[in-house]
Structure formats: C-alpha cells, structure tokens
Design a protein around this ligand. Structure first.
Ligand code: TXE
Length: 488
C-alpha cells in the first residue's frame, strides 16, 4: 500500500480506530513537493477524554502483569516493526523531508530503543533497607499511571518509540500524541504495535489536542519534546495539578567552541555535520560557533566549501544529502533569523535565501561577523544555518558559549587536555561532546540545564522518572492470645 493510500488517519483508542468527535481536519504535506500526503482529525477535549479514559481503564491489568511479560510483548512489537522499517522510513520522509537513509536510521534507532527498554525494564528494581531485626524494609517502584506522550516532528519514530517503550515496560499505560506535522508515521507505529486494548492510545491533532490531553485529570505524567514555549505551558499545567510530573526536553542553542591548534579542515567537517544534519533540525544541532582567531580564516573557507558541497533535494532521491525543512513555517523562522542578522551587519558567506522552487527548501548557510546581540546567536534557529564568531581565546569562547538561557548540549574541539577538562567543568549543559560533534555510549542519559528542559528523557534513568517509589516497613504481627475475642 502506498503512503497516500494510508494517508487518512483516525484516532486509535482502546484498540479501535475512531473518527474525531469534531469535524475539523488537518492536512499533512510533503515538504519536498507541497503535496498533501495525509489528513488527520483535529482532536479536541472529547477525543482526549476518550483516549485517557481508555488508558485508565487498561491501567490496573497492565500494571499487574509481570514486567517480564510486558517486556516480551514489547519485543514482539519490535520484531513486527523490524519488518516495516522501509515503510515507516518512507512515511517519515514524505511528511518531514529527511533523506530516506537518515529516516531509516531513525526508525532503526527507535526499534533499538524499544528492544533496550524491553530488556532492561524487567531489571528495574527497588532496594532492600537495613532496618530493625525482625522487620523488612523495602523501596519498590510502582507505575505512575497514565502517561501523556507529546512528541515532535524532527525524528518522530525514534522519539516516540523510546518514550512509549519506557512508559509501558514500567507498567504505565499511555496516550501518544504525535506532532500534527508528522502524524502519519506515528499512527502507523501504533497500528503496528500489537498490545492489549487501551494500553497504547493514539490521539491525533495539534496543540489543542496536546493541551486537552495534558489538562485531563486522568493523566499522571507528561513527556514533551518540543519548544520551550509549549514546555512552559505543560510544566505550568502539571504544577497546578500537583502530583503530576512533567518531563521536558526542549530546545537548545548549542555552541561549538574551536580551540587553537585544531586542524581547520577537520573542524569544518565537524561543524558542517553538526549544523546541517537533518537540515539543522536536531535538538543537539550545532547552532553557533566560536572559533579561535588563529584558525578562523581557513576554517571559515573550509566550512563554506563543506556547505556548498551538500546535495540538497527531495529526501526520496538516494543522491540527496539534505532534504527540505519540515514546512514553510520553519523556513520563515530560519529566514527571519538570517535576514535580521544580515540587516544588523552579519556577512552571509554562503546560502541565506530560501530556494525559489516548490517545497520548503533552505540552503546550507554560513554567517560571519555576528555578535551576541543578534537573535541568530541567542534563539533556537532549528535550520541549516551556522553563525561563526571569532574569539581571541578558548576561555572567551567558553564564556560566550555559557552566556545563554539554554543548556541542552555543547561541543568543543581542542588538542589540549587541560582545556577539554575545563570545558567539562564549566559548560552549563546536559551533554558535552569533546572532539566529535556526534556519538556517545548506549545508556547515556542527561538532564538538560536552563530552559532546555527538566528530567531524564533517555537512558535507564527514564525508568526511574516513570515510576514512583513506595517505601514499605513490615513487621510480623504478634501471635494472638488464645481466647481473645478478636482471635476467633
Ligand atoms: O513545537 P511544539 P513546534 C523547537 C524548534 C521549533 C520550535 C517550534 O525551535 O522551531 O520548537 O516547533 C504539541 N500543550 N523544537 O511548533 O509547539 C504539538 O502538537 C500540549 C525543538 O513543532 O513544542 C506537538 O505534538 N502540547 C525540539 C509538540 O507539542 C502542545 C523538537 C511539539 O510542538 C501544545 C521540536 C500545548 N499547548 C521543536 N502546543 C527538540 N528539542 O528537538 C503544541 N503542542
């Protein structure tokens, strides 16, 4: 079946496809062509209520199953998904534009996350305490209840898969709301995961559906990956409900600091990969660069050559290295940042104009002569644009890198062990990458700093976040006296 034939989606609640309760619908467009590839209902309060009620009804039985059984069911889902990688990758590329090979890698990463949580979930445990003689004191994790999973569009299958698996293996049930920009891959993911009715529900729609979900009294924990503004609203709603937890992975303005003594061509390759992968729409994309004056000129030349060598096109074409942005709204954000910077004195070394052709394309762009007063150096751009500021020392680079309200990730390139250690101590971020803009061992979870979020969004620690600990103190009851009335 083609993507288009699959294109009209419905909510999936308690194991059944449901029409929306309202008549409004949202079209999903292919950003490479502008073609409509799907339509979803714009879910509202009544749909959110139905989804949360289904999740609540399924919660007691799901929580009582052995964790090993939940893990086995998730492994069975992963096996089915492994047979559908190509299909999911194509749907994802048709709705968010990323090159097909990157899309497949994202789907594979998501399936890997499901397998990992299916394996480590049943090993998640509490603790035995050293209490008084004759007593047993333990700390046991319990599911929180119903999880609201509010997912973005930039790597939709990978992000959703990890959140779904971690929530379900710990005994929660879930309502998953994919982004209105990429609901088709999310919907297909849920269809393919065979689970007892109500354990995983799909709510379609935009921010209104997300808000109705988070505000629903039946939700116990909300996970959101997305913008700072939406994260703030979700945090405020959860705080006002007391006892409802918010786990937020929000935007970033990740710096790359380049020290003296670094090979400028290697630095340019690293910078281009960090800034232009997925057209700059990765939460940990390189968003600003501070380069040491001693290598600035050859570095900028090499970076411009890297940017100009990237093949931009439709993600369905195997030759494409960078696809379009997710939609025209994202192009507008990116172009506003670039034009404002240029108007304030920045030099556009390459790129800087949206393509004059159908589709939401923006070229790989390098800006120089920038400073911290420009939005492009302060606000998340989330596009294939990298501004470069020249600094007199590594220390100055670290200071400027730290002068931000965000704190998601940062990278440094340096041959100096001393400077690497200094960066590790001083940069206020959750993730630091030294001498490689990508990479990391499995299981690395981190807590973002500043407005970039709160709590662990990944790794084994996410299992802690999704459970509540109960401490139990147990003593033997005294033996009843013979003849006592309450002993009968
Ligand atoms: O995000 P939103 P958007 C950043 C990036 C991007 C900007 C806006 O800078 O340009 O955010 O993207 C749902 N209550 N990131 O508009 O609004 C929404 O329907 C509950 C960085 O897509 O956060 C979608 O499912 N839910 C980021 C999800 O939230 C609400 C990845 C994300 O949408 C809601 C994505 C509400 N009031 C964007 N309003 C990263 N860290 O990787 C919206 N939603």
């Amino acid at each position: 079946m083609t993507v288009l034939e699959r294109g009209v989606r419905r909510h999936l609640i308690a194991g059944s496809a449901r029409e929306g309760t309202g008549s409004e619908t949202i079209d999903v467009t292919d950003p490479a062509t502008g073609e409509v590839v799907g339509t979803i209902p714009a879910g509202g309060e009544a749909d959110a209520d139905a989804a949360v009620c289904a999740a609540r009804a399924a919660a007691p039985d799901w929580a009582r199953r052995d964790p090993a059984e939940r893990g086995e069911l998730l492994k069975a889902c992963a096996r089915v998904l492994r047979g559908a990688v190509d299909e999911l990758a194509e749907i994802q590329t048709r709705e968010n534009g990323k090159p097909l090979a990157d899309s497949a890698a994202g789907v594979e990463a998501g399936i890997g996350a499901i397998e990992q949580y299916a394996e480590i979930g049943p090993l998640h445990r509490g603790a035995a305490l050293a209490g008084s003689w004759g007593a047993v004191d333990t700390m046991v994790p319990e599911p929180r209840g119903v999880a609201a999973l509010i997912v973005p569009w930039n790597d939709p299958v990978a992000i959703a898969s990890g959140q779904i698996a971690a929530a379900l293996v710990t005994g929660n049930t879930a309502v998953f709301k994919p982004s209105e920009r990429t609901p088709l891959s999310g919907a297909r993911l849920v269809e393919l995961m065979e689970l007892p009715p109500g354990v995983l529900n799909l709510l379609l729609g935009d921010g209104r559906a997300g808000q109705a979900l988070v505000e629903h009294p039946g939700v116990d924990v909300a996970l959101h990956t997305g913008s700072v503004e939406t994260g703030r609203q979700i945090a405020a709603t959860c705080a006002s409900q007391l006892g409802r937890k918010a786990l937020l992975e929000l935007g970033g303005k990740d710096p790359l600091v380049i020290d003296e003594g670094v090979d400028p061509r290697w630095a340019a390759e690293q910078a281009a990969s960090g800034a232009f992968a997925n057209a700059g729409q990765v939460c940990t994309s390189v968003e600003r660069i501070y380069v040491h004056r001693s290598l600035a000129a050859p570095f900028i030349d090499a970076l411009v050559r890297e940017a100009e060598s990237i093949t931009v096109g439709n993600g369905m074409d195997p030759a494409t290295e960078m696809g379009p942005l997710v939609d025209d709204r994202q192009v507008d954000v990116v172009h506003r940042h670039v034009s404002d910077a240029a108007a304030a004195g920045a030099r556009v070394a390459t790129g800087g104009e949206p393509a004059d052709a159908p589709g939401s394309f923006y070229p790989p762009t390098v800006l120089t002569d920038v400073d911290g007063s420009m939005a492009i150096m302060r606000e998340e751009t989330f596009g294939p644009v990298v501004p470069v500021q020249v600094v007199g020392s590594f220390e100055e680079g670290l200071e400027l890198a730290s002068a931000t309200e965000y704190g998601l990730a940062a990278s440094v390139l340096t041959p100096s062990l001393q400077n690497a250690q200094r960066a590790a101590r001083e940069l206020p971020v959750g993730t630091l990458k030294i001498n490689s803009v990508w990479g990391g061992a499995p299981g690395g979870g981190a807590e973002p700093r500043g407005v970039s979020g709160t709590g662990y969004g990944y790794g084994p620690e996410l299992l802690d976040e999704l459970t509540r600990t109960k401490v139990i103190h147990m003593e033997p009851a005294p033996r009843a006296e013979l003849g006592a009335t309450d002993a009968r």
